[in-house]
Design a binder for this molecule. Sequence first.
Ligand code: TNX
Length: 489
Amino acid sequence: MPSVIPAPARATDREAAAFEFGATGRIVADETARGVAELLAADVELRIGRRLDIVTDDAGPADLELRIEPFPSASVEAHRLQVSTAGARLTATTAEGLYRGTRTILQLLGTDGTIAATLIEDEPRFAYRGVMLDVARHFFSVDDVTRYIEAIALLKFNHLHLHLTDDQGWRLEIDSRPELTRRGSTTSVGGHGGGHYTHDDYRAIIDFAAARFITVVPEIDVPGHTNAALHSYPELTPDGIAPEPYEGIEVGFSSLDAARPETYAFLEDVIGEVAALTPGPYLHLGGDESLSTPADEYATLIARATSIGAATGKTIIGWHEMGASDALPRGTVGQYWSFTKPQDDSAERTRTFARNGGRVVLSPADVAYLDMRYPGEATGPDGRVLGLEWAEGATSLVDAYGWEPTSIVDGIGEADILGVEAPLWTETARHIDDVTFLAFPRAAAIAEIAWSPRAVRDIDDFTRRLPAFTGLLDERGVRHHAAAAEHRS
Ligand code: TNX
């Protein structure tokens, strides 16, 4: 297996013969692959210190040829990479497939500019491979988020779920509801100040992600996790009195009020505007941990919020608690966040989505939550211990790698699974270095579970391949944990 994460579906043995990148100084690319070629040229320059020209004609030899060609695969991300002593040829049916293939090239490319001869035919197991970043508990700037996107793109992730609202802060400007950011965005966990994205900021994130074929999934969490909204619009509370801003880490104390007409006007405004700002197909409406919402109100609020969301044309996603509702729009996607052994009624809640024509994204908290503490040396870049422990204690790289999506929820098999997502809640992560320290390398384990065929997964081989990926992080100044050592020792 070549040193690529996630492991390719099919790869021939690498041969001793190698191609030296930069030999011809050229990348030949179809016009439709121009953007992909430019991103690759910048990455190659970072690695070997040489800028390759991008040309559209194919006269003469090239270091790399990028071609869109018919390819026998159902996936738009499928690609084929052939490296010989004469050069490298990457083909795919779409620019997206080519881009994914360039992430393979980068991991194979030595700092000496060589790539060993190989043939890789690759495509993903699951269509949805995501990470979530909680920008509500702590706020992260556009630069921080684009840095994170760059790193996850190396692992062929294709969705970035942004948790934009919570008790501690509202992070997206809403024109029809200006107080949300004026009053609701200035706080964070622990009093580290706030922040929010303007529409332009949000578009900048979306565009940066889209250039890397990553879809942004915005989450507006209702009816719980709404203290910042209630603080901004006191008309949403039963007594009309604004609650104090909240900077702690408790959950489950805030709720929208199903009896108030103001609630539905608010949902219409916010959901309509977020949907209009978002080009991607999904809108996440939360629904988790609404512990202070009476069950009948929860049912009403979820039915209304999801129907408003569906009317915008988006596919709704909700945390598995939403499966308590029997009125979800058909095809609503459920996101499972209980443990690898389902707790309470989480399995039954999750099956609701499949029965309703929807699929499931798996994020089992004891293995896929990137905000859980690492075992042993768990102090982040500034010397603080990072991460929480509530999901069965610390999560090692081996834990993050050692689970199988079809073995989590009875009755939810391969065809019901849209994909896998690794959330990162940021109660303890103040700085983007804290985020990347918690994320990497465990996100690499999740990427392999989401992309690679089950049969090629192997923890020893994974940790052998890992340095090729962490080397790219180091080259980009992205902080990460030395978690592979714990497996070897
Ligand atoms: C649970 S998992 C939450 C979040 C917290 C997280 C901390 C889920 C849907 N909700 O509100 O931030 O635990 O790990």
